[in-house]
Ligand binder design. Sequence first.
Ligand code: AMP
Length: 216
Amino acid sequence: MRIVLLGPPGAGKGTQAKQLARKLGLPHISTGDILRQNVAGDTFLGKEARDYMNKGLLVPDELVTKMLSERFKQPDVKNGFILDGYPRNLSQAKVLDGILARMKMKIGLVFDLDCSEPVIIQRLSGRLVCRKCGANFHKTNMPPKKENVCDNCGGELYQRPDDNVETIKKRLAVYKNEVSVLIKYYEDNGLLLRVNSGGRAEVVLEEMVRLVSTKK
Ligand code: AMP
């Protein structure tokens, strides 16, 4: 199954994508994660992307699209994938269709995760991420057992530089500006399923797994 996750930052795309990927035995492809790895590694792509990311703006399409095309050359995508963070606009959606068409593939399902703005701001401004394994924690909702240490792997927890209230608001504005055409595109293609992701992560995941099974 080839699944795309849409939704504002903080709607839980990353969390749900990781869990869903594990449940379905599919690779989780997050363009944000790949970009952050490039920033951390100070690669050419990372140097180009850093400023846009820190300001809450989209990284130019051609950079992200090239990066994604490279990722799709890896053999693990042949049975499906969970794509999180791409597409972010209509032009990326069309690029994605093109990449998949060349591989004789099609998207099977698009989830639109929906969540209220106060919940998003509370989630993101308290989010902590493990530098080593990428696991997410939250200062108050899900604190690690030991301060700033990942429960899973012992890695250091950090706050993403774009998870401050000002940049979160900018990211939400960028999202709102692009999303309606994107949603309509997938709705017109009969692929879109809406999920309220304001509740507990396990409940949201259960609903998504149920919806995937209706599409099989
Ligand atoms: P995310 O981890 O999905 O919240 O993405 C973090 C940041 O990475 C975004 O605010 C953008 O700056 C950048 N980014 C991730 N995916 C894309 C994309 N598909 N197109 C452009 N920029 C992206």
